[in-house]
Design a protein around this ligand. Structure first.
Ligand SMILES: [Zn+2]
Length: 334
C-alpha cells in the first residue's frame, strides 16, 4: 500500500504545535533565499535528540520568525493546508501567544490574528479547527494567568488551555492557579506530561491541574496502577510516536506503548506534535503504525473515535465527525 492511500481517509488531530510545523515553503517566504539544507539544519531536529531540552532548540528559531500578524497568518494557512492534505477533518492547533510579542505585537493581536486566520482557512479547506493556548513550564504564575485570560477572552475559536515546555526542568507550582481557575470557568485543559519526566510527573500533573487530556503520557507504563486509573477515568492520551522517539521519551518506534495502551482499553490518539521539527505528517505516522504493528482500519478508527470524543469541540461537531469516521474507516478501507 502506498502512503498516499491514507490521505483520503478522514482523521482527527488534537496535538499539533502551530509554531513548530511550518513547511519549507512557508519558512522560505519568511526568510527569502533559505535553502532546503539550511531549513533542515535550523528547523528539523535530529531523529534522536539528547533530551527534550535539545529538541526544543529548533522551535525557538521558528518562533522567532513568527513575530508579526502577517507571519502568524502565513503559518496558520500553511498548517491548515498540511492538515487538508492529511485528510484531517477536525484539528486542535496550539501555540503560546506570549512568545510572539518580541516585535511589539500585543497578546490580544497574536491570538486574534491566529483565530481569524484559522477560521478563514477552515472555510477554504473544510478542516474544522479550534485553538488551544499554551502556557510554558518556565513561565511565571502571572504569565499562566494571562494566558488563561486570553483563552477566556477568545472563547469559541479558543477551546482550551495547555501547558508545554521543559517538564523535567521546571515545577508545576506556578501554574496550578491558572488551571484551577480554568476548571472553575468551565474551560477544558490538556497538559504535556510523562514525556521528559516519568509516571510520577504524569500523576502529579493529572492530580494538580486536573486536565481532561494528557499530551504524550508515553511513560505512563512505568506505573501499572496509574495506567489502570487512567483507563477507568478515560483520560485521553494525545500520543505522537515519531516525536516520542526523537525526544527519547520512548527508546524506539517498535516498543512505542500506543498499541499496548489501545489494546488495554485506554483512550489514545495519533498526532504529529511538531511537523517541521519532527519532519513528519499525519499520513506518515499512520503508515509507520501500519508497517510496524500491522494496524488495520479497526485500530485507526478506534484512535480517531477516541480523539474526537476527547476533543474540546461542541457536541454536534463531535457527532458529525464521528459519523464521518465510522462511514470511512472499515477493516476493508485499507
Ligand atoms: Zn507537544
Amino acid at each position: 500500500m502506498r502512503r498516499l492511500d491514507f490521505a483520503f481517509l478522514p482523521k482527527v488531530e488534537l496535538h499539533l504545535h502551530l509554531d513548530c510545523s511550518l513547511s519549507y515553503q512557508a519558512v522560505s517566504r519568511l526568510r527569502p533565499g533559505l535553502s532546503q539544507e539550511q531549513y533542515r539544519r535550523d528547523f528539523v531536529a535530529p531523529a534522536r535528540c539528547d533530551s527534550l531540552a535539545h529538541y526544543l532548540e529548533a522551535p525557538r528559531r521558528m518562533v522567532a520568525l513568527l513575530q508579526t500578524p502577517a507571519a502568524l497568518t502565513l503559518a496558520v494557512e500553511d498548517v491548515l493546508a498540511q492538515l487538508a492534505r492529511d485528510g484531517v477533518i477536525y484539528a486542535e492547533l496550539r501555540f503560546a501567544p506570549l512568545l510572539h510579542l518580541e516585535e511589539g505585537m500585543t497578546p490580544e493581536a497574536a491570538v486574534g490574528t491566529v483565530a481569524e486566520a484559522m477560521q478563514r482557512a477552515a472555510l477554504r479547506t473544510g478542516v474544522e479547527a479550534r485553538l488551544l493556548l499554551c502556557t510554558l513550564r518556565h513561565f511565571s504564575a502571572g504569565q499562566s494567568l494571562a494566558t488563561l485570560r486570553l483563552a477566556q477572552q477568545f472563547r469559541g475559536p479558543v477551546a482550551g488551555l495547555d501547558i508545554a515546555g521543559d517538564e523535567a526542568g521546571f515545577a508545576l507550582d506556578p501554574h496550578v492557579e491558572a488551571f484551577v481557575e480554568a476548571a472553575r470557568l468551565g474551560l477544558p485543559a490538556t497538559a504535556h506530561a510523562g514525556e521528559a519526566a516519568g509516571a510520577a510527573s504524569l500523576r502529579e500533573t493529572w492530580r494538580r491541574l486536573r486536565p481532561q487530556r494528557i499530551g504524550h503520557g508515553v511513560r505512563c507504563e512505568e506505573d501499572a496502577a496509574l495506567v489502570e486509573e487512567m483507563r477507568a477515568a478515560q483520560l485521553h492520551l494525545e500520543m505522537c510516536p515519531t516525536s516520542n522517539v526523537q525526544t527519547r521519551a520512548c527508546p524506539d518506534f517498535a516498543v512505542h506503548p500506543l498499541p499496548r495502551l489501545l489494546a488495554s482499553g485506554l483512550s489514545v490518539g495519533i498526532n504529529t506534535d511538531c511537523r517541521a521539527i519532527s519532519d513528519t505528517e499525519l499520513n506518515r505516522e499512520y503508515e509507520l503504525l501500519r508497517r510496524q504493528f500491522g494496524w488495520s482500519g479497526q485500530e485507526f478508527l478506534a484512535c480517531n473515535l477516541h480523539a474526537i470524543e476527547a476533543s474540546f469541540a461542541e457536541t454536534q461537531v463531535k457527532q458529525t465527525v464521528a459519523e464521518r469516521l465510522r462511514e470511512a474507516w472499515t477493516p476493508a478501507s485499507l
